[in-house]
Design a protein around this ligand. Structure first.
Ligand code: IPD
Length: 325
């Protein structure tokens, strides 16, 4: 059946705010000393989970189940006898639900699917570094078509739904600077850009997967461009926020020019990609190229672990037309 995206969008925005408030309640409890922050390690010492991740996911999942009963497990019993594997009719993919060790081969198919990270930036949350958020994505036929990201510490809600624009706090259009003459990138990009990248969680020393080497090559790219010197020849900065979801939101906003990570999961990027694309940004599954303007922009489907995102230029002609209506 055809999904009513407007209704799903309104529901997801409301849900994102409610889930974010739950995160902030926990933060307040810690600040007041009423609760201590406990965490457990998952795959390794930097891959951690808190009770809050799990509680917020249950909160979101239950809310979806109440509102959209047909978007849930068709048969929990079947799910159990299949040995914990997701069955095709499951339309909910959450970080904490997935973490029980399921195969990712058929997590996302043609079915509309909710893709949730109840707390992106768990390490930040644990340290009370304010860059954490709730991320709610909705995927149809492999494509993220709707995204809501709420960062409760900053009270910033990023949202988008296909064809309806991308927004900050539902009032400011993304990218923040709505100037059609802004070029896609500074002429010497990535010189004069802010680059953003993430460390991910994989610390294995393997030739293709060593995160230190990947980050090193990313930072070297910035340094190399810096050494070309001259006026306007330098990368303006390299950032690593600790939340892939917020990186994408800030790229959609236009604050980051280029973002890259090798090691994301679907729930880290689903909502952010929906928002970035709707803002007019680009996303590909490439490594950082010498010249980001030549990056092959693929028809992005979820399932890669590697993403490169490029901020939107000014609004396109059609966007400008739509805005002035
Ligand atoms: C992680 C964060 C981190 C990124 C990892 C993600 P989590 O998500 O977004 O910045 O580098 O790849 O898995 O565990 O905090 O929800």
């Amino acid at each position: 059946p055809q999904e009513d995206l407007d209704a799903i969008y309104a529901f997801a925005v409301d849900l994102g705010r409610k889930a974010g408030r739950l995160l902030m309640d926990r933060v307040e409890q810690r600040i007041s000393g009423a609760a201590a922050q406990e965490f457990e390690e998952k795959e390794n010492a930097v891959d951690i989970v808190t009770q809050t991740d799990e509680d917020v996911e249950v909160f979101i999942r239950n809310a979806i189940q109440r509102q959209y009963p047909s978007h849930q497990y068709v048969c929990t019993f079947l799910h159990m006898i299949l040995g914990g594997k997701l069955i095709h009719d499951d339309r909910f993919l959450g970080e904490e639900t997935y973490a029980k060790g399921q195969s990712r081969d058929y997590l996302i198919d043609e079915q509309p699917t909710w893709c949730i990270d109840p707390l992106d930036g768990t390490v930040n949350y644990t340290h009370l570094f304010p860059m954490f958020c709730v991320s709610i994505g909705f995927i149809v036929a492999h494509r993220p078509v709707l995204g809501v990201i709420y960062a409760p510490f900053q009270d910033q809600l990023f949202s988008a739904c296909s064809g309806r624009g991308a927004w900050l706090n539902e009032t400011r259009r993304l990218p923040l600077i709505q100037n059609p003459s802004i070029p896609p990138m500074p002429p010497n990009a990535p010189a004069q850009c802010i680059l953003s990248c993430e460390w991910g969680k994989d610390r294995r020393d393997i030739p293709d997967g060593n995160m230190h080497r990947k980050i090193e090559s990313f930072v070297n790219l910035a340094a190399e461009l810096g050494s070309r010197g001259g006026k306007g020849g330098m990368v303006h900065g390299v950032r690593s926020l600790g939340s892939a979801t917020l990186d994408l939101a800030y790229t959609a906003m236009g604050a980051f020019d280029i973002w890259w990570e090798g090691g994301c999961w679907e729930w880290d990027v689903a909502a952010g990609i929906a928002i970035l694309l709707e803002a007019g940004g680009l996303v590909t599954t490439a490594n950082p190229p010498e010249d980001p303007e030549t990056a092959p922009i693929e028809d992005v489907r979820l399932g890669s672990r590697l993403y490169l995102a490029i901020r939107p230029a000014g609004p396109s002609a059609t966007e400008t037309g739509r805005q002035s209506q």
